[in-house]
Design a protein. Structure first.
Length: 63
């Protein structure tokens, strides 16, 4: 099954690299993104939900 991406994989890689660079500059080892607009910017996932908590976990490397 192919994912339905809102932007290219290259764009995703750039956004992830930019996020990780900011994490490193601030000394953040693991980032948990729970705000819907920030999750959407980082991943392209637009899953508004008011009854189920959702978050994206960004480690310093890997997917």
């Amino acid at each position: 099954m192919q994912p339905n991406l809102k932007f290219s994989r290259g764009e995703f890689a750039e956004r992830l690299a930019k996020t990780r660079k900011a994490m490193e500059a601030k000394g953040v080892d693991l980032l948990i993104v729970s705000d819907p607009s920030n999750r959407a910017w980082l991943t392209g996932y637009d899953g508004w939900s008011f009854y189920v908590q959702q978050a994206v976990i960004v480690p310093p490397s890997g997917e």
